[in-house]
Design a protein around this ligand. Structure first.
Ligand code: GUN
Length: 284
């Protein structure tokens, strides 16, 4: 039986710490502010944005939502980002992805000032992560690391396998495990012998985007399994990238879905926004 790492519990601790630090900043006249941009009416994005705003209120941040219509032009979006870059009340800017297909995501990410890039998606922040000299970490991989640390699980020298090579999760996840001295393998759709590679992992991170992709035969007995997936099944239920029922008895630790990595992502966004407010006020 695996021990469950609860994202609800670990994220609550992170948010409490952010809230306490936010109070200290407010006492010095600094009120952290996050701008959240959402374009169109993707229902999943709407849920995520609502949760982000709720978390801001909880920790004491100002949050401003910019809900733009589906047909927003690239120029309109870039003009809003430019305004927010120059707005001293806004410390962090987040543009919820994915964007409608007529918009250029890369150009949007590049337009956000690196100092306000609380997603850590800007190439300048990605480069800083690569060399291990950073202020912002991408929220989901940072949340996974926080969960690993919360249990005192050592990464040093361990075989770490990340399934998925996205810019948002897979690639930065691998880098963070490497910073902690893990021996890291990144797998993807063209990986040969995927099952064997995964079955050698002491720490296995699933970020594939396919429901129940990781099955028990892909997991080493006693492995630590972290599930980044959030997939909706036909019956409406949420489910991860890991086949929880078959993998759980074999793992030493596992994260559930829901209530695992999901809440961590938002907590780490709060941490980044706090950091942005400190940096912009010369406090870090
Ligand atoms: N869409 C899915 N995850 C994320 C995220 O972490 N940040 C943003 N901006 N969009 C997302």
């Amino acid at each position: 039986m695996a021990k469950l790492i609860s994202g609800k519990e670990v994220s609550a601790k992170v948010r409490e710490e952010v809230k306490a630090q936010c109070e200290q900043l407010k006492a010095r006249g600094i009120h952290p502010g996050l701008a959240v941009i959402i374009v169109g009416d993707d229902p999943a994005s709407r849920v995520y944005v609502n949760n982000k705003k709720k978390a801001c209120a909880e920790v004491g941040f100002i949050s401003e939502e910019y809900a733009l219509p589906q047909q927003t032009t690239q120029e309109e979006l870039l003009s809003l980002i430019n305004e927010l870059n120059n707005n001293p009340k806004i410390n962090g800017i987040l543009c919820q992805l994915p964007l409608p297909s007529h918009l250029d995501e890369k150009a949007v990410i590049n337009a956000i000032s690196p100092e306000k890039d609380v997603d850590a998606f800007h190439p300048s922040n990605v480069g800083k992560i690569m060399i291990g000299d950073y202020h912002f970490l991408p929220c989901t991989p940072a949340g996974v690391m926080e969960m690993i640390k919360s249990e005192g699980i050592e990464v040093k020298g361990k075989n770490c396998v990340v399934i998925g090579r996205s810019n948002i999760v897979g690639k930065p996840m691998a880098m963070l495990l490497l910073h902690e001295h893990g021996t890291v393998t990144i797998c993807h759709s063209r990986t040969k012998n995927l099952k064997e590679v995964c079955a050698a992992a002491d720490i296995l991170v699933a970020a594939v985007g396919k429901a129940k992709f990781v099955t028990a035969d892909m997991v080493k007995p006693g492995a630590v399994v972290l599930d980044v997936g959030i997939n909706r099944l036909e019956n409406g239920k949420l489910c991860g990238d890991v086949d929880f029922d078959s993998v759980e008895p074999k793992a030493s630790y596992i994260t559930p879905v829901p209530g695992g990595v999901g809440p961590m992502t938002i907590a780490m966004l709060m941490k980044n926004t706090l950091m942005a407010a400190k940096l912009q006020n010369g406090l870090e």
